[in-house]
Design a protein around this ligand. Structure first.
Ligand SMILES: O=C(O)c1[nH]c(=O)[nH]c(=O)c1Cl
Length: 311
């Protein structure tokens, strides 16, 4: 799938997809996403070479205005998802999310995808999982990320995007964009959860997640300002050929509209999709369509990236 081809004159109805990790680990969940009539694409749970149970429970907790998770990359393993693609009609593009626990694991999975002539899909290299115990986030280690991407693009010739964590300093927007602009990326998906937050139950004076002493990635409506900043900051700095999937904090049509104003080509829904169910796609799409009609916009391209600043 070439996102730009799908994006050309996209109307609202195929704008949305799930955030990786949400309703996308098992065959049954993937079938639900495949059959869901409104979303325009879907992404798998980030996969590792072997299946993983992930971190001990409790590892997800809903907050008043978001979520915190320390799942620890639970997934069915690379071969399971390859089999899924080979045995199911792709009614919509399936983005394959890859998250090796080392450079070697990333390269091994990407070599297999590159060498598999039957695989013509869009792949997303997740450089931003914050919850694998003892593993630093590659996307915060610029030299290591550059080494990895240099090696990846020496052999990987199919469409490839990367999933980034949020950055919080404009100098880091400059640095990651300068790094990424060297490579023929299909897209950047930003943001992943805000890593290593901490939530406390004051009544019991206890953390709410078991792994990592309670530290986990934060998502949901409270991360919208950070998500919008990262979509906007990267859109302003990345080559136009690198599309942006906006992820983070989308709960309604207004949030999706804001992501598109910042330059998002497609928009993921994560925490809200998990809490509300797949019906969120239809609701958010309807809300966005209503906003567009009220404003006189017919196409997403009519306002994409056209955020105004105060002169
Ligand atoms: O703990 C996880 O599985 C996880 N959780 C996240 O919030 N982002 C990720 O990329 C991953 Cl891989």
């Amino acid at each position: 799938v070439d996102l730009s081809a799908q994006i050309a004159n996209m109307k609202v109805n195929n704008l949305f997809l799930n955030a990786s990790g949400i309703h996308c680990q098992t065959e049954a969940e993937l079938d639900d996403l495949m059959q869901e009539p409104v979303s325009g694409a879907m992404v798998t749970k980030s996969m590792t070479p072997q299946s993983r149970f992930g971190n001990p429970l409790p590892r997800y907790y809903r907050l008043a205005n978001g979520s915190i998770n320390s799942m620890g990359l639970p997934n069915e393993g690379f071969d399971y998802y390859m089999d899924y693609l080979k045995t199911h009609d792709q009614i919509k593009p399936v983005i394959v999310s890859v998250a090796g626990r080392s450079k070697e694991e990333d390269l091994a999975m990407l070599h297999t995808l590159q060498d598999d002539d039957s695989y013509q899909g869009l792949t997303e290299l997740n450089l931003s999982c914050p919850n694998v115990i003892g593993e630093p986030q590659m996307a915060y280690d610029f030299p290591a990320a550059n080494d990895l991407l240099k090696e990846v693009f020496s052999f990987y010739k199919k469409p490839l995007g990367i999933k980034l964590p949020p950055y919080f300093d404009l100098v880091h927007f400059d640095q990651i964009a300068e790094l990424l602009n060297q490579y023929p990326l299909s897209h950047v998906n930003t943001i992943n959860s805000i890593g290593n937050g901490l939530w406390i139950d004051v009544n019991s004076e206890t953390v709410v997640l078991k792994p990592k002493g309670g530290f986990g990635g934060v998502g949901g409506s409270m991360v919208l300002p950070t998500a919008l900043a990262n979509v906007r900051g990267l859109r302003q700095r990345l080559n136009p050929s690198i599309k942006i999937i906006g992820t983070g904090g989308v709960t309604n049509g207004r949030d999706a509209f804001a992501h598109i104003l910042c330059g998002a080509e497609m928009v993921s829904i994560g925490t809200q999709l998990y809490e509300e169910g797949l019906g969120a796609f239809e609701r958010v799409t309807r809300e966005l369509t209503d906003i567009m009609e009220a404003k006189g916009y017919e196409l997403l391209a009519d306002f994409r990236g056209k955020l105004k600043v105060i002169e």
